[in-house]
Design a protein around this ligand. Sequence first.
Ligand SMILES: Cc1ncc(C[n+]2csc(CCOP(=O)(O)OP(=O)(O)O)c2C)c(N)n1
Ligand code: SF4
Ligand SMILES: [Mg+2]
Length: 347
Amino acid sequence: MSASTPVPGPKTNHIGLSVIDYRGGKTTLCAGCGHNAITERIIDALFEMGIEPENLAKLSGIGCSSKSPAYFVNRAHGFNSVHGRMPSIATGVALANRKLLALGVTGDGDTASIGIGQFVHLMRRNLPVIYVIEDNGVYGLTKGQFSATADIGAKLKTGVINDLPAIDTCLMAIELGATFVARSFSGDKKQLLTVLKAALAHRGTAMIDVISPCVTFNDHEGSTKSYKYFKEHEEPVNEIGFVPYFENIDVDYDPGTTTTVRMHDGSELRLRKISRDYDPTDRLAALNLLASSHEKGEMLTGVFYVNTHAPSFTDLLNLTDEPLARLPEAVVRPSRKALDEIMEALR
Ligand SMILES: Cc1ncc(C[n+]2csc(CCOP(=O)(O)OP(=O)(O)O)c2C)c(N)n1
Ligand code: SF4
Ligand SMILES: [Mg+2]
């Protein structure tokens, strides 16, 4: 290269940032942990969608998975809550400042064990939040006990067999009212990235259960959440295509086999049938699909359900356009006269 040849800079997205702007601290998780691969995909998705780092609120509970937000987008807001309590914090964030993009990262223990009560209420509210479960079937941080998403018959390294049925967080989320529900695999780069980008374009609860093997405590023979087992048994129900609103939407597809969903920001999600004849906009069909897959022991992935018409929690509350957190005191605080009248009425 001659001295005058300009050196190309890093690739930038449509808001002029490079992928470096979406990185976080260096991971302290085990090498090979599925959670690290999910972090990489989250970074790629936020970069490709051109999300403003300062507009992002990263939320989590406690667990190896809940440490993940420290490893992406340093410039974002962040709140690492108590074990299983991330939904309360996410609700506060989304209501206090509706302009922020709330992204929760949690574990299967954080969500389906200690946090299940919080999880169900978050799902039924359809709060605008992206809720990613890094699902390894165990409590990784506390040395690998079974979590409530462990499959019946799965075996721990110690030989202990799980004889309780698994909670299916996707089935629960659809039943309760979440409006974008998907399952993916940390080892499936393309599918996971596409699902995350579509979730970023959704305005309602986007619940994504990502199978994420724990290489230290749950990646052995007898585990149903190991890399080997999931690679051999994963069955995608649809091929997922996503065209963001800022790209040419005019791409060919076959309407006979593809369901196209227009997302809130104008992007298009295209779900092409693979083997099954089912419509991901039909809630009952999605519930049936997941319930029957349990009977057969199938490991389905894909976008199971999407509904862009249901009102979100913030729509129902009819919040002001100006974020509540930014309203001046004169607007949010009752006058002295109004307070005196209230006190008088209570005498
Ligand atoms: C109130 C409370 N109870 C128990 C614990 C101990 N604890 C920490 S993390 C964890 C489970 C984490 O499992 P999961 O959410 O699946 O995350 P992973 O480590 O597998 O990613 C438990 C039980 C705690 N920190 N706080
Ligand atoms: S213990 Fe398991 S879940 Fe935790 S960082 Fe290591 S591999 Fe990941
Ligand atoms: Mg776990």
